[in-house]
Design a protein around this ligand. Structure first.
Ligand code: ATP
Ligand code: MG
Length: 138
């Protein structure tokens, strides 16, 4: 069993598709083992995206991520990191496969509805960034 962090970004929450996204996870046999809705501060968004701090889009990305509430989830399942990334689709929705979350709902390379950890090490950091062990119920 593997775990990953999923975020529904402010654009996804504003579009009222929290349930639609969770339905896709559950439909793929993935279990939600922790979940909360929260509104990140600028500092918290910068800490989460620290790996991108030298990228030209860092300021815009962190401002977008603080522009409204998000939903954070821990997902659990076999090979769930890759499975979740497949359900999400490519970063750029124009390159995302038909039927993926980003292809259907993203409007912009930045406003791309969901985040998913990309490796076991980033998943461990990102899960601990949002949840304590007591908040994760497998
Ligand atoms: P995420 O980390 O959100 O799951 P990802 O792994 O597909 O997405 P990253 O390369 O880690 O993509 O970039 C993190 C986020 O930064 C992207 O999801 C997107 O919101 C934003 N982003 C990435 N590339 C660009 C870009 N060229 N211009 C604007 N924003 C971008
Ligand atoms: Mg990423």
């Amino acid at each position: 069993m593997q775990r990953t962090l999923s975020l529904i970004k402010p654009d996804g929450v504003a579009k009222n598709i929290i349930g639609e996204i969770i339905k896709r996870f559950e439909g793929a046999g993935i279990r939600v083992v922790a979940m909360k809705k929260l509104h990140l501060s600028q500092k918290q968004a910068e800490g989460f995206y620290a790996v991108h701090k030298e990228r030209p889009f860092f300021k815009s990305l962190t401002e977008f991520m603080t522009s409204g509430p998000i939903v954070a989830m821990v997902l659990e399942g076999e090979d769930v990191i890759a499975k979740n990334r497949k359900l999400m689709g490519a970063t750029n929705f124009k390159e995302a496969e038909e039927g993926t979350i980003r292809r259907e709902f993203a409007t912009d390379i930045e406003k791309n509805v969901v985040h998913g950890s990309d490796a076991p090490e980033t998943a461990a950091f990102e899960i601990a960034y949002f949840f304590s062990t007591m908040e994760i119920v497998g």
